[in-house]
Design a protein around this ligand. Sequence first.
Ligand SMILES: Cc1cc2nc3c(=O)[nH]c(=O)nc-3n(C[C@H](O)[C@H](O)[C@H](O)COP(=O)(O)OP(=O)(O)OC[C@H]3O[C@@H](n4cnc5c(N)ncnc54)[C@H](O)[C@@H]3O)c2cc1C
Length: 390
Amino acid sequence: MLLARKGYRVLLVDKSTFPSDIMSTHFIWQRGVARLKRWGLLDAVVTSNCPPVTRFSLDIGPFALVGSPPPIDGVSEAYAPRRKVIDKILVDRAAAAGAEVREGFSVQEIVMDGGRVTGIRGRTRDGGMITEHARLVIGADGMRSIVARAVQAPEYNVIPPLACGYYSYWSGVDCPGGEIYVREGLAFIGFPTNDRLVCVVALRKVEQFHQYRANIEAMYLETLSAHPGFAARVRGGKREERFVGTADTQNFFRKPYGPGWALVGDAGYHKDPITAQGITDAFRDVELLVEAIEAGAEEAFAGYERRRNEAALPMYQSTCQRAALGPPPPEMVQLFTALRGNQRETDRFFGTDAGTVPIPEFFAQSNIQRITSVRQSTLQNELSLLCAVG
Ligand SMILES: Cc1cc2nc3c(=O)[nH]c(=O)nc-3n(C[C@H](O)[C@H](O)[C@H](O)COP(=O)(O)OP(=O)(O)OC[C@H]3O[C@@H](n4cnc5c(N)ncnc54)[C@H](O)[C@@H]3O)c2cc1C
């Protein structure tokens, strides 16, 4: 869509037809919604009757933090449009921008000339094989990218799968905000989506996947029971769809460019979905890639990789740390404790997931010290007041 809008001749092929669903819990943080707004697509999401999400809670057991991330570019809402909604919007807008869209086209082979990618060969909807040539082949084809495989794109920062999980959609469950529950060895999350449904995800450590898969519903509900109130709300509703889940939650970066090819989205950078960053990141990276294509030179593509990695690494580390589902490190417990009653900093903490507050800025030692010392001095004041009263 972005390339077609800039006047490039674009052929977009996808083996799916749209609207269609794909495995994803499709939560788009404020940082991603801001791009939808900039591209003129936000209205279509809003009119799909997808409710905005502005309030989040993080329940770590002894207590919960509740807050609203600060806005970014005037956007303070997150949305979780179903993939059959958002993917259709994106494909239609690409076509409207002038891209030639061929649905039901499965790429079988990447065409090379010497070391350079020069096109694709694939099966059309009616079964014929077709070859198409292009100056640049962009693999926006997900974690198992055929483009990445064909060019043997080098992988780095690889971390094996850490968590596994299942999700489904429930009606009759009151959950207007994003609710995140974390306990040692498990986590679960609920948020609203289209059609008045609530998406509920229940995660366990990857080692438990065989046990989980053998008895999905029981283990899913057992996971939720770590918070009896939330579990009761979900049990009081009705499950409207089947369970969907995976343990194939790979974590890696790939070199995203080479002669005649580029990678974007999951094809170039994949991580555990626990922090729901994949779509938001893909939106960022397409903009970076389009800038590199416009600049044209090899250094511009190297710049694309560098900028992607710089932007992605802090959240990648946080995502992998959270996906391990271990006990929270003591300094995190100390921070959460200090955040209680400090609404401004709690909002900014949620902003680090929403992409509206930079992680390095919030988690800078000086900032953390400031937050924890404010809490300590408040505690000391309360204590001296009690002593004075006593
Ligand atoms: C369980 C789960 C939950 C998730 N939850 C969230 C979440 O809440 N929020 C979030 O931001 N992210 C989430 N993600 C991650 C998110 O889904 C991905 O990051 C996102 O879909 C990446 O988009 P993409 O376009 O790069 O790849 P994809 O969405 O995978 O799209 C790839 C496209 O390429 C097509 N394709 C693949 N191979 C071929 C071929 N050979 N020929 C033709 N077409 C092909 C596919 O049909 C598909 O349409 C989740 C992922 C999982 C697995």
